[in-house]
Design a protein around this ligand. Structure first.
Ligand SMILES: CC(C)(COP(=O)(O)OP(=O)(O)OC[C@H]1O[C@@H](n2cnc3c(N)ncnc32)[C@H](O)[C@@H]1OP(=O)(O)O)[C@@H](O)C(=O)NCCC(=O)NCCS
Length: 439
């Protein structure tokens, strides 16, 4: 299998044999992987970080597919805007292109764009790995997106070559821009395939659970208003901090079923949510002149639950959703649905709280003229709450969709250095695999 082959090759390579990575993303002489240690179709080609003119050129090339409802210029501005958020600035996002080093190519010259054979980007996310033996490791995850080959270059193996090189190279691409995080290992990389499950699996990104629940943005007449607190931008810091504390405890304390070697998770941080919201606010203002103010809904499970949660809290006394507005597809999408552990003592109250959050999401979607609400990889509790509002799936109340072609959550695992235990990709659980982790 290609995956195992890459793993073996990873072990043979000393980190120093890779050209040292600089944080700069602007120089045409950005470092490159001088020769490929991987068996690729185009061993003479290399990947390197795109210069600023080249970045722009990749947007010119891919706008046909991804500008959506934005005009050409608005699309370029959107891409620049979301690349300057807390999550993405200072090397948080890196832009990669596949080029022929032998071909004359001036990185500052977008007038000769043919030298970009394929392109993509990668966003750095704070993450955690927990192993079967209880070891907990803070890591970086690179989230790869915007994989694109210009039409005239397609079908020649360029995307595949670029991704094979990048998947390998990201393993050693730590965090040059932040001294506090410089020592963090890259534990895994992810991408979200819109071309099914096979292409990326063949080169090492294994498909994981990719389902969602979809319910209509119209309440049955019998359902009354929701009793929730609207989540505003200013509340996100406290909510995300509590949720990250909760997620950390969840993945570190839950027992490991037989066969499971390791768990990994991206943290649902405020910076991650802000990046999604920068995108929705930009498109919202472009399309409607208004940016959505309501970022989610919070409902108490116990009396006296505090809003927003106090510092150090795990938020176990409440349920909340943080969502994003998709103006192109007219959907409200849950980025994260925080549900504390449910047992007999809190199940009725948790159900009621979750139901209120569902109802308020419908109200929000309705207010924007949207058609549906989406929540990725829903739990039974979520499904029950939706069913309590809309009726059973079998009666058309909602849809539970197992995606086969689009947004397939796919993961490449990076084993540690030689001598450490190797983890098979099928022994990995990707926890809290919800929309916030997408890029
Ligand atoms: C998908 C894409 C990046 C492939 O680029 P490419 O340089 O032509 O890819 P390669 O030549 O390396 O590999 C072609 C492989 O991609 C597969 N592929 C291409 N488009 C596909 C599609 N729409 N659905 C499924 N598979 C597809 C081919 O079947 C082929 O598979 P094979 O290696 O098993 O024969 C390119 O078609 C593209 O830019 N498409 C539009 C944007 C897009 O969909 N990007 C991917 C987002 S996840």
């Amino acid at each position: 299998m290609a995956f195992h082959r890459l793993q073996i090759l990873n072990r043979q390579i000393q980190p120093n044999s890779l050209v040292e990575m600089a944080p700069s993303t602007t120089s045409p002489s950005s470092p490159i992987l001088s020769s490929s240690p991987i068996d690729v179709k185009h061993p003479d080609l290399v990947i390197r970080q795109a210069t600023i003119p080249e970045r722009h050129q990749t947007w010119v090339i891919n706008k046909e597919s991804w500008a959506g409802i934005l005009s050409e210029n608005a699309y370029y501005l959107r891409e620049a805007h979301i690349s300057s958020q807390d999550l993405t600035r200072n090397g948080g996002i890196t832009y990669w292109i596949l080029v022929d080093p032998a071909a004359p190519c001036d990185g500052a010259c977008p007038q000769s764009p043919d030298h970009i054979l394929s392109a993509c980007e990668a966003i750095r996310k704070p993450s955690l790995i927990v192993r079967q033996d209880g070891e907990v490791e803070e890591v970086i995850c690179w989230c790869i997106g915007s994989v694109y080959t210009a039409e005239r270059h397609r079908g020649k193996g360029y995307a595949k070559t670029m991704l094979q090189l990048l998947g390998h190279q990201l393993k050693e691409f730590r965090d040059p821009s932040d001294p506090k995080r410089a020592n963090l290992r890259v534990g895994f990389s992810v991408l979200y395939s819109d071309i099914g499950k096979k292409f990326y699996a063949k080169i090492g990104w294994q498909p994981h659970q990719s389902s969602h629940i979809s319910f209509p943005a119209k309440l049955p007449s019998s359902v009354s208003s929701a009793k929730v607190k609207n989540v505003l931008k200013s509340d996100l810091r406290a909510l995300c901090a509590a949720d990250c504390t909760h997620v950390r405890r969840l993945v570190t304390r839950s027992s490991f079923p037989a066969g499971l070697k390791a768990r990994c998770v991206q943290f649902p941080t405020k910076e991650v949510m802000d990046w999604h919201h920068a995108r929705e606010e930009y498109i919202g203002q472009y399309v409607t002149t208004k940016a959505p103010m309501i970022k989610g809904a919070w409902a108490a499970i116990t009396q006296g639950a505090e809003y927003p949660p106090k510092e150090g809290s795990e938020g176990l006394d409440a349920v909340w959703a943080i969502w994003t507005h998709d103006f192109g597809l007219k959907k409200l999408v849950f980025l994260r649905l925080h549900i504390p552990p449910i047992d007999k003592s809190n199940q009725d109250a948790a159900h009621q709280a979750l139901r209120q959050v569902v109802i308020s999401a419908v109200r929000e979607a309705e207010a924007w003229g949207f058609k549906e609400i989406i929540s990725w990889n829903p739990t039974d509790a979520t499904e029950n709450a939706v069913a309590s509002v809309f009726g059973k799936e079998s009666e058309g109340g909602y849809d539970l969709v197992h995606r086969e072609m689009d947004s397939i959550a796919s993961l490449m695992w990076y084993d540690r250095e030689e001598g450490s235990e190797e983890v098979e990709p099928e022994g990995i659980e990707w926890c809290v695999n919800e929309k916030f982790a997408w890029c």
